[in-house]
Design a protein around this ligand. Structure first.
Ligand code: AFP
Length: 323
C-alpha cells in the first residue's frame, strides 16, 4: 500500500528545488478534499443541501455546499506560506492568501464543488485543481501547458484523487478509516478510441450544424468503428471525464450558436482536466484548437471542451473544422 504522501515524496515532482513546495501544496489540497468528502457524507443530515440566495460570477445560484467547499479550500491555503493567490469559481476576484502575499510563488485555481446540483440526489460530485507558478512580475494567468500540476477529487461510491505533475497520471483512493489516500492506479492510460460519448443532448437545438453531425456520427451503426457509442452523462464534469479517462471515448461541452464560448471554465475545468487527459495519452480541444495552448484573458473565461480518447477527439475536430 503506497500512500499519496509517500508517492509524492518518491516522485520528486518539481525537482530539484520545488519538491518540498509541491508536497506542501498537495497536502493542503488533500486536507481540503478530505474535509469536503466528510461534509458531503453528512450533507443530508445538516443544512448542506439546497440553495443560498447568492449567485456566483457565472450567474449560477450558489448551493450551501458550494460555499462550504470554497471556504474549506481557502482555509487550507491560508497559512501555507507558498501559495499567494487562490482563484475559485465561487469568488469573483483572485483571493490573496494573507500569510504569503509577498513570499508565495504559486497560484492555485479550483472549482471547489463541481456538479453541485447532484448533491440533492446523492449523485457524484468533484473538486478540480490547477497549480501555476507565478512569474516574477506576478502574472498568474497562464496557458494550460504551463501548469505545474493539476487534478481532481471525485466524491462517488468512494473518494478518489487523480493528479498529474507532468510525469504520468496517478489515482489514489481514500481509506475512510485510516483517513489516507492510497495508490489505486499508477500511470493511467486512456484507450486510443472508446465506445462512450458524454454530452448534454438536451442542448442539441443550440448547436451548430457541424456539431449535430458529430453526434449523429456517434449514433450511426457501424461495426468496424464500434458505433453506435453508448451515451453516459451524470452532469458532473469530473465524474464524466473520469469515466472517459478509464474507459475511453469522449466528453463534449461544445460552444453554441448563440454562445460560442460554451459553458465550461478554462482555468479550473478545461485546462486542468486536459492536462490530466493528455498526460494519459488523450486530447483536450475546443474543437479547433488545443486547450493547453489558449492564453487566458480573464480568470473566469469559458471555452468549449471536447476531451477524451485521441482518435475520438480528432474525429470530432474533423467535423467541426468543415466549412
Ligand atoms: P458547477 O457545479 O461547478 O457549476 O459545474 C457544473 C458543470 O460545469 C459541470 O460539472 C457539468 O459537466 C456541467 O456543468 C453540466 O452542465 P449542464 O447541466 O448544462 O449539462
Amino acid at each position: 500500500m503506497v500512500s499519496l504522501t509517500r508517492h509524492i515524496f518518491e516522485q520528486q515532482c518539481f525537482q530539484p528545488d520545488g519538491a518540498e513546495e509541491f508536497f506542501t501544496i498537495m497536502n493542503r489540497i488533500v486536507s481540503g478534499g478530505k474535509r469536503i468528502a466528510r461534509d458531503l457524507r453528512q450533507a443530508g443530515l445538516t443544512d448542506g443541501l439546497g440553495l443560498t440566495d447568492t449567485r456566483n460570477v457565472h450567474g449560477e445560484q450558489v448551493r450551501h455546499m458550494d460555499a462550504r467547499a470554497n471556504e474549506l479550500f481557502v482555509e487550507a491555503f491560508q497559512d501555507s506560506g507558498i501559495v499567494q493567490l487562490v482563484v475559485s469559481e465561487e469568488m469573483e476576484e483572485p483571493f490573496p492568501v494573507a500569510a504569503a502575499k509577498e513570499t508565495g510563488k504559486y497560484a492555485v485555481f479550483f472549482d471547489p464543488l463541481d456538479g453541485s446540483s447532484n448533491i440533492d440526489v446523492n449523485a457524484p460530485l468533484g473538486s478540480i485543481f490547477s497549480i501555476h507558478c507565478l512569474d516574477p512580475n506576478g502574472r498568474f494567468l497562464k496557458p494550460g501547458c504551463e501548469q505545474v500540476a493539476s487534478g481532481y477529487l471525485l466524491y462517488g461510491t468512494g473518494t478518489i484523487l487523480v493528479y498529474t505533475c507532468g510525469a504520468g497520471v496517478h489515482q489514489f483512493t481514500l481509506d475512510p478509516v485510516v483517513g489516507e489516500f492510497f495508490l489505486s492506479a499508477l500511470n493511467v492510460q486512456i484507450p486510443a478510441r472508446g465506445k462512450i460519448y458524454s454530452v448534454n443532448e438536451g442542448n442539441r437545438y443550440k448547436w451548430s450544424k457541424n456539431m449535430i453531425k458529430v453526434i449523429d456520427y456517434f449514433h450511426e451503426n457501424d461495426k468496424e468503428t464500434g458505433r453506435p457509442y453508448a451515451a453516459r452523462y451524470t452532469g458532473c464534469l469530473v465524474a464524466d471525464v473520469h469515466r472517459i479517462l478509464l474507459k475511453g471515448g469522449l466528453y463534449l461541452y461544445p460552444g453554441e450558436v448563440r454562445k460560442p464560448e460554451g459553458k465550461l471554465r478554462l482555468m479550473y475545468e478545461a485546462a486542468p482536466l486536459s492536462f490530466v487527459v493528455e498526460q494519459a495519452g488523450g486530447l483536450g480541444s475546443t474543437g479547433v484548437e488545443r486547450i493547453s495552448t489558449i492564453h487566458p484573458k480573464t480568470p473566469h473565461q469559458c471555452v468549449p471542451l471536447i476531451i477524451g480518447s485521441r482518435e475520438d477527439v480528432e474525429t470530432t475536430e474533423q467535423f467541426l473544422s468543415r466549412k
